[in-house]
Design a protein around this ligand. Structure first.
Ligand SMILES: [Zn+2]
Length: 152
């Protein structure tokens, strides 16, 4: 297997930060505050919910927290949410049992270099960054002229 290797600054590599907010409500008839918190933590792979108020008017506990994932692509942003959701699921957060919202923004790779390895792992395909070069079997997402066997 031949690896392609291109200087990162010569690619369209785009780094994205995706912030997820997860929510779940718990019926006070069924869950004590402590039980709701324990259940939330069991779904969120140990992410602590923010403090939640006991508003006695309300029949539910509302638990929420947020976290960021990092993704990358050639700049179109079309797959970044799916890539993140797959990585989140691999990490053990049960998004199918939570409500969630997300927002994303483009990061500047010269300032936010430290997030690139996380973004590459979200992207998958065994890409890596070494000494300013991006290395992988196929780099077609990031460059116009990938010369791997599938692109040639
Ligand atoms: Zn290729």
């Amino acid at each position: 297997m031949e690896l392609q290797k291109v200087k990162l600054s010569n690619t369209e590599f785009t780094l994205w930060e995706v912030e997820f907010t997860i929510y779940k409500s718990y019926d006070k008839k069924t869950f004590t505050a402590e039980q709701a918190k324990e259940h939330f933590i069991s779904l969120s792979d140990n992410l602590e919910p923010y403090d939640f108020e006991d508003d006695s008017e309300d029949d539910y506990w509302y638990l929420t927290t947020d976290f960021c994932y990092y993704a990358c692509d050639g700049g179109h942003g079309g797959n970044i949410i799916n890539d993140c959701l797959n990585a989140i699921s691999d990490d053990g957060i049960k998004m199918d049992q939570l409500d969630y919202e997300y927002k994303w923004n483009k990061l500047d790779i010269s300032h936010d270099h430290e997030y690139i390895p996380m973004a590459l792992s979200t992207y998958g395909n065994d890409l890596k960054l070494e000494e300013g070069f991006i290395i992988g079997e196929c780099l077609a997402e990031f460059i116009d002229n990938c010369s791997c066997k599938n692109c040639k």
